[in-house]
Design a protein around this ligand. Structure first.
Ligand SMILES: Nc1ncnc2c1ncn2[C@@H]1O[C@H](COP(=O)(O)OP(=O)(O)OP(=O)(O)O)[C@@H](O)[C@H]1O
Ligand SMILES: [Mg+2]
Length: 443
C-alpha cells in the first residue's frame, strides 16, 4: 500500500486491516476547513500507538513548509502523559517510521524535537506543560485515558484550540488521539457518534495479529474481571459507580425527532439552573404498553419560572388540556407553581405528595433505571438522537451521575442534576403505574 504525496511516499504494506482504515481515511470535501479529530481507542496492545504513529508520519509529510511561512516553520507536537513517554512512545516511533533521508535534524533533551526535510518541526511535550507556542498543524495525544487529562480537561481543549495554523497545507489541521476507551473524560469527549468533525474507531486487542506469542494471555491476566470491555474488547463502558449503567447510546438514542402535531407532557425543575424535559408517548409495537420518548429539552441558567415557561412556549411543542401533563418538583415553591398555572390554567399539574412512593428520590431513580432497561431486556424510555449532542443536558446526566456507595444515595452534581430531576418527574408520571414494582400479594 502506498499513500502520501509525490516523492514523499512510504510503504505501509505491513499495516493491519484495522490500521489501514485509519491510514486511508479522508475527510469529505464538503466539510468546512478547520481542525478535525481522528481518535483510535481500544484494548491493550490493539495497535493504537503504532497506527497513530503511521498516521502522524503520513500527515507530517503533507504538512511541510511553503513560501507563505517565510522564515518560520510549520509546527507540530506529540503529547504524552509525561515528556519521557512522549519521546519514547511517540517521537522515536515517528523517527523509526520515516526513511532517514526525510529527517533533517534531531534534538534530544531538554527540548526533544525532529526537523523534517520538508521544514516541519515536531516537538515532544508533556500533557501538563500547557503548550503556549505557535499555532499547530498537527497534534497527537497518546494515552488519553491518563489521569492528567481527566484531572484537568482544559489541557485537551487548549490543545485543540492551538490547531489553527492559517498557512497549514492541511485543509484540516489534525488532532490524533489514542488510548483506552474509559468512562469519564474519555467517553464524555469522544463518544459522539454524530460529530461530523470526529473520526472514531474502537479496536479490540485481538485485532492486533502481530502481538507476540503469549502477549494476549498476559493482557488477559492483567485485566480485572468485569472490565474486559475497556482493556480487551475496546468497547465503551460505564463508570463503576454509574447511577444509570443501563444507559447505552445505541439503545436509547433513536431517530425519532418527535411529532409537533402530537401533545407532549413535560417535567420541570426550576431553580438556579433549570430544565424542562419534553416527552411524548409511544406505543410499544405488538403490545398495549407505553414507552416514553423524550423529544426535546430546555436548559436554563438563572431563569425565573416565568422566563422558563416562556422559553418552553416559544419552542412550539403542543400542550393540550386533557392530554398533556406538567410534572413538577415535589418541593416547588408556591409562587413558582402559580407562575406555571397562570400559563396553563386547565392542564393537569402533577406534584408528588409526601405519601406518594415517587416522592422518594430513590424510588424514582429506580423507575428510570427500570424504564431504561429491565431485566427482561425491555426498553421503555428513549431519546431523540439530537439530544446526545447537548452539553449538560439529560443525556449527559444519564452518563455522568454517580451512585454514592457509602451513603447508598446519589452524588450531588449541581451542574447535571436538574435535567435528570425533570426527567424523573416526567417518567414517574408517564410510566409510574405500569413499570412500578409489583405489590406482592399477602395470603
Ligand atoms: N502493523 C504493525 N506491524 C508491526 N508491528 C505492529 C503493528 N501494529 C502494532 N505493532 C506492534 O504491536 C505491539 C502493540 O502495538 P501498540 O503499542 O501500537 O499497541 P497499543 O494499542 O498502543 O498498546 P497499549 O494499550 O499498550 O498502549 C507493539 O509492539 C507494536 O510495535
Ligand atoms: Mg499505546
Amino acid at each position: 500500500m502506498r499513500l502520501g504525496l509525490a516523492r514523499e511516499v512510504i510503504d505501509w504494506s505491513h499495516a493491519l486491516p484495522h490500521q489501514r482504515e485509519l491510514l486511508r481515511h479522508t475527510w469529505s470535501s464538503e466539510l468546512e476547513a478547520g481542525p478535525t479529530t481522528e481518535a483510535v481507542l481500544g484494548g491493550w496492545g490493539s495497535g493504537k500507538t503504532y497506527a497513530q504513529g503511521m498516521r502522524y508520519t503520513l500527515l507530517a509529510l503533507q504538512a511541510g513548509w511553503h513560501e507563505a511561512y517565510g522564515s518560520k516553520r510549520p509546527q507540530a507536537i506529540v503529547v504524552g502523559p509525561n515528556l519521557r513517554l512522549a519521546v519514547r512512545n511517540q517521537l522515536e516511533l515517528i523517527e523509526s517510521l520515516l526513511p532517514k533521508g526525510l529527517i533533517k535534524q534531531r534534538w534530544h533533551m531538554p527540548q526533544p524535537r525532529l526537523l523534517l526535510q520538508n521544514g516541519l518541526e515536531i516537538h515532544a511535550i508533556s500533557a501538563d506543560s500547557r503548550y503556549e507556542g505557535e499555532s499547530l498543524v498537527l497534534c497527537w495525544c497518546d494515552e488519553i485515558q491518563h489521569e492528567v487529562y481527566s484531572a484537568d480537561p482544559t489541557l485537551y481543549t487548549n490543545l485543540i484550540a492551538r490547531l489553527r495554523d492559517p498557512k497549514a497545507r492541511l485543509r484540516h489541521p489534525r488532532m490524533l488521539v489514542s488510548g483506552l476507551p474509559t468512562a469519564g473524560f474519555v467517553r464524555d469527549t469522544f463518544d459522539r457518534d454524530k460529530d461530523a468533525r470526529l473520526f472514531l474507531r474502537l479496536w479490540a486487542s485481538k485485532q492486533n495479529t502481530r502481538l507476540a506469542e503469549g502477549i494476549f494471555a498476559e493482557i488477559q491476566k492483567a485485566t480485572p474481571y468485569g472490565q474486559e470491555d475497556v482493556y480487551l474488547r475496546g468497547q465503551w463502558t460505564q463508570h463503576p459507580d454509574a447511577l444509570y449503567p443501563q444507559y447505552r447510546a445505541e439503545l436509547h438514542l433513536v431517530d425519532d425527532p418527535g411529532n409537533r402535531a402530537q401533545p407532549v407532557s413535560i417535567g420541570i425543575d426550576v431553580g438556579n439552573r433549570s430544565a424542562v424535559i419534553i416527552g411524548q408517548r409511544r406505543q410499544v409495537p405488538g403490545t398495549a404498553e407505553t414507552r416514553l420518548h423524550v423529544v426535546d429539552e430546555i436548559l436554563g441558567d438563572g431563569l425565573s419560572t416565568d422566563e422558563l415557561v416562556e422559553r418552553f412556549r416559544r419552542s412550539g411543542w403542543l400542550i393540550q388540556p386533557g392530554k398533556s401533563e406538567i410534572c413538577v418538583d415535589p418541593t416547588i415553591r408556591r409562587d413558582e407553581l402559580g407562575a406555571i398555572r397562570r400559563y396553563y390554567p386547565s392542564v393537569q399539574l402533577l406534584q408528588r405528595e409526601r405519601t406518594d412512593q415517587y416522592y422518594e428520590v430513590q424510588t424514582g431513580v429506580r423507575l428510570v433505571q427500570t424504564a431504561l432497561r429491565n431485566s427482561s431486556g425491555h426498553v421503555r424510555l428513549t431519546f431523540a438522537r439530537h439530544l446526545g449532542m447537548n452539553r449538560r443536558g439529560v443525556i449527559e446526566s444519564l452518563t455522568a451521575l454517580r451512585f454514592n456507595s457509602r451513603t447508598g444515595g446519589m452524588v450531588v452534581d449541581d451542574l447535571r442534576d436538574h435535567p435528570n430531576d425533570a426527567l424523573r418527574y416526567l417518567t414517574c408520571a408517564v410510566l409510574g403505574r405500569t413499570v412500578a414494582a409489583p405489590e406482592v400479594l399477602r395470603r
